[in-house]
Design a protein around this ligand. Structure first.
Ligand code: FAD
Length: 442
């Protein structure tokens, strides 16, 4: 019999808790990955960069398993429940030999869909007497490990981050030495062929994704550079953290050593995960219920111009074009574009959130939802609603030489560049009046 290790948001062979535990405790461990039809079949863009990213990561894993370990990755395109139904009923046939599955190891996945999926899979396994072992891996502190002194979830970041740091010990950051038990991987010769991505209906765009090494100097200079979108001053690790192609433990170690400001950003990631876990209503409702009384204008033409990056506000347009072209947007500009949509155009934050979800390579439900609700003022620990970002002042402060704007909106000084979609002072006052009226209805 064999043990299955199921990769999800942890696409790496090093410092992987679930994989380490499987190899330490079991023999004949087969790593698998499932392209989940529940998710993939709903994605319209068959050139989705995230699917290509996952595929590139799987190729790397397959290569390392072949080169160093005479083992192999089994990839499926299916519904996870069906994969496990089949595994438990009929076993798994590899290179003509059929194996029974004894246990399944994996790492915790916290989003609402993932939790439901895992419950179903656990049920299927337990019906057949197959053991399920799941581990914390993608965060340092999960679920409700960091609580107030009254055992309640925090809703304000600063005290949460203090408690988070207070709890942190060297043991939390200890590397899981997968290689020391690698002999327990299932040996397969010849190696299983990697399923071609085309089988899923997606296109393999053969994009190589940038390296994931952490540059010490970048971390040291982070505080000074992080707000300037024209400067490569942030780590660009978000996509790696999203898919687990880096280990959070390694990154937190570097942050601890070189930059408390950067460490705080990593803690924001866990803060929003904790918020989503503890207050799941935020998925489609405002964290503060009063904010669901705001009368959004929701003008579809204006929304379209925001999406395309033709609002006539150069910093907003630059951000949206960066997003549309690369799948990334600098954090400062995410804040500006989100504020612009919700305050200047009075469009429901959920529209913007959904658009980002479609486009961002690093899309993460908790961080995206947290970021949008922060910008709209509706979230926990959000900016007060009357603080409306002025896109011109933000430009003066963070892109004074217009370097970032010039890169994405080269025509911004020419006559063919559109006039502002709405006048700033007017829009600001309209936002204040609308928010005030909405909030007073509660
Ligand atoms: P760095 O500045 O180098 O930070 C390091 C890591 O810390 C990031 O990779 C990320 O994992 C985490 N982090 C940093 N800032 C935040 C934050 N405010 N909230 C949560 N985690 C953070 N981040 C996502 O990962 N996915 C999203 O879908 C997402 N949507 C956002 C939407 C809006 C409206 C806003 C304002 C922010 C959003 N963020 C999101 C947070 C942030 O913009 C990105 O994490 C960051 O820009 C990624 O770049 P980096 O890796 O260079 O970050």
């Amino acid at each position: 019999s064999i043990t299955v290790f199921w990769f999800r948001r942890d696409l790496r062979l090093h410092d992987n808790t679930g994989l380490y535990e499987a190899l330490k405790n079991e023999q004949n461990v087969l790593p698998i990955f499932i392209f989940d039809r529940h998710i993939l079949d709903d994605l319209e863009d068959k050139k989705d960069l995230r699917v290509a990213y996952i595929y590139a990561a799987l190729q790397q894993i397959q290569q390392s398993l072949a080169d160093d370990l005479q083992s192999s990755l089994k990839v499926y395109y299916d519904y996870p429940e069906q994969v496990f139904e089949q595994l438990t009923q009929a076993g798994i046939t590899l290179n003509g030999e059929t194996y029974q599955v004894k246990s399944v190891y994996t790492n915790h996945d916290y989003e609402p869909y993932a939790r439901q999926r895992d419950e179903k899979v656990q049920q299927i396994l337990s019906n057949s007497g197959v053991a399920w072992h799941s581990f914390k891996d993608q965060v340092i502190f999960e679920k409700q490990e960091v609580l107030t002194n009254a055992d309640k979830p925090y809703t304000v970041f600063t005290p949460y981050s203090k408690k988070w740091k207070h709890h942190l010990t060297d043991a939390h950051l200890q590397e899981r030495l997968v290689a020391s038990h690698a002999q327990n991987l299932l040996k397969l010769s010849p190696q299983l062929p990697l399923m071609p991505l085309e089988k899923t209906g997606f296109v393999d765009i053969n994009k190589s994704f940038s390296s994931k090494t952490i540059k010490k100097q970048l971390v040291i200079d982070y505080q000074q550079n992080r707000d300037f979108p024209a400067v490569q001053g942030t780590s660009r690790l978000s996509v790696h953290l999203r898919f687990g192609t880096v280990s959070i433990r390694k990154i937190v170690k570097a942050a601890q050593k070189y930059s408390d400001t950067w460490l705080n950003e990593l803690i924001w990631r866990e803060f929003y995960m904790m918020i989503l876990y503890s207050f799941p209503h935020v998925v489609d409702k405002s964290f503060k219920p009063a904010y669901d009384c705001i009368q959004w204008r929701n003008n579809p033409d204006e929304f379209k111009r925001w999406c395309e990056g033709t609002t006539g506000y150069p910093i907003v347009d630059a951000g949206m074009r960066e997003l549309n072209t690369t799948g990334f947007m600098h954090n400062r500009v995410r804040m500006i574009t989100a504020s612009f949509l919700t305050k200047h155009l009075l469009i429901d934050w959920r529209w913007g959130e959904a658009y980002f979800a479609k486009k961002l390579l690093d899309y993460d439900l908790s961080a995206n939802n947290g970021g949008w609700q922060w910008a709209a003022g509706s979230g926990c620990d959000a900016a007060p609603y009357f603080r409306v970002f002025n896109p011109y002042a933000q430009t003066e402060k963070f892109d004074k030489q217009r370097q970032y704007i010039r890169q994405w909106v080269p025509e911004f000084e020419l006559s063919r560049y559109p006039a502002p979609i709405v006048e700033h002072k007017f829009a600001r006052q309209r936002a204040l009046d609308t928010y005030k009226a909405g909030l007073s209805k509660e």
